[in-house]
Design a protein around this ligand. Structure first.
Ligand code: AMP
Ligand code: MG
Length: 341
């Protein structure tokens, strides 16, 4: 299959491109499109076969449910049996935005979307291109990140192309996605609501609207159905082995002394050295998140023996960044607990 990359204005999406994407989606096809978090691989969420194609193209385990993107609160309400009060308050405050709410589904939502479970994960994305697709297409879009399963998430159309070229007909290219990290996922079917995946909105952002939430980290054994797709221990990972450490100087020295060529991802200035490729990101969690996947994609493409990542600060604002880096550093066969951090 030929994969077309079509440029779209990120603020005022051209209707031609949106209509072409809509035609493909209506026919059961897949379209990669930007959201404010990362690029998504979209399919009509109400079309069983289109949803099955997402799993096939990504190599995603069928036990990993998908997030369904909708145009507004009313469209979300059509897919759930109940819209609990805390969910209403959060949706009113943060939609459109990087917050995914897990609620009890109705029979309209195919089982493939929810991995056979009784709940569906919903969000209204804030990116103008994603919203235009949802509004023009008038269908909910199931859309996980547009990359092969467990690989680094895509924050540019080029990342999507590298991972999925030949497997999907269309990528809408609106430039780099602004947020750079996946949405926060909150299960509102339980009291207090439970954080299933940290993301761009922090637990404090949620607690400010609905009071205390349960933010204990969730990790699912790789062999069992995930409660949340991103909760498998290994995920968001480059193909180059990645090591997360607080002792960057010691580890870099040991590797360079052995003659290894290594990459360093850090939020502090680092001196250039022979055989060391440095990617320095902003020292604030929002700036770091925005650039993190792109920096990891560059390091992964640089033919290095290892990527060393300087552990981010321990405070809450860095929770989602730490979560992704811990999963990226998990060995591929890893099961069980990831440190709470
Ligand atoms: P992604 O693969 O980036 O789209 O991530 C999907 C996220 O959606 C996972 O981390 C899960 O937390 C979440 N998710 C989707 N559907 C459900 C569901 N029915 N129950 C719980 N979590 C879900
Ligand atoms: Mg993903």
């Amino acid at each position: 299959m030929n994969t077309r990359v079509v440029p779209v204005d990120p603020l005022l999406p051209n209707l031609d491109a949106i209509e072409e994407a809509t035609r493909l989606l209506r026919g059961g096809g897949l379209v990669a499109f930007p959201t404010e978090t990362v690029y998504g691989l979209g399919a009509n969420a109400l079309d069983d076969r289109a949803v099955a194609a997402i799993f096939a193209v990504k190599g995603r385990p069928p036990t990993n449910p998908l997030i369904v993107h909708v145009s507004d609160i009313a469209a979300a309400a059509e897919l759930v049996a109940e819209f609990p009060e805390p969910a209403r308050r959060l949706a009113a405050r943060y939609w459109p935005g990087p917050l995914t709410l897990v609620m009890v589904k109705t029979g309209r939502v195919p089982d493939g979307v929810t991995a056979g479970g009784p709940t569906v994960a919903l969000r209204v994305p804030a990116h103008p291109v994603a919203l235009a697709l949802l509004r023009v297409g008038r269908m909910p879009l199931a859309a996980p990140s547009a990359n092969p399963s467990t690989a680094l998430s895509p924050t540019t159309a080029e990342h999507v192309r590298r991972g999925l070229a030949g497997k999907i007909p269309l990528i809408l290219d609106a430039g780099p996605t602004p947020g750079g990290l996946e949405s926060t996922v909150l299960d509102v079917t339980v009291a207090p609501p439970r954080l299933l995946r940290p993301g761009l909105l922090s637990p404090a952002d949620l607690a400010a609207v609905i009071g205390p939430i349960d933010a204990t980290p969730v990790v699912t054994e790789a062999t069992r159905p995930a409660r949340a797709p991103g909760s498998h221990a290994r995920h968001y990972a480059p193909t180059t082995p990645l090591e997360l450490t607080a002792d960057v100087v010691g580890l870099v020295n040991r590797c360079l002394d052995r003659g290894s060529r290594v990459g360093l991802l850090t939020w502090r200035p680092a001196a250039a050295r022979h055989n060391l490729v440095v990617e320095q990101l902003p020292a604030d969690p929002v700036g770091y998140a925005a650039g993190m996947y792109a920096a990891l994609h560059r390091l992964d493409a640089a033919g290095l023996e290892r990527i060393i990542v300087e552990a981010p600060p321990p405070d809450d604002a860095w929770l989602a960044v730490r979560d992704r880096l811990m999963r990226a550093s998990a060995p591929s066969a890893s099961v069980g607990e990831v440190p709470a951090g």
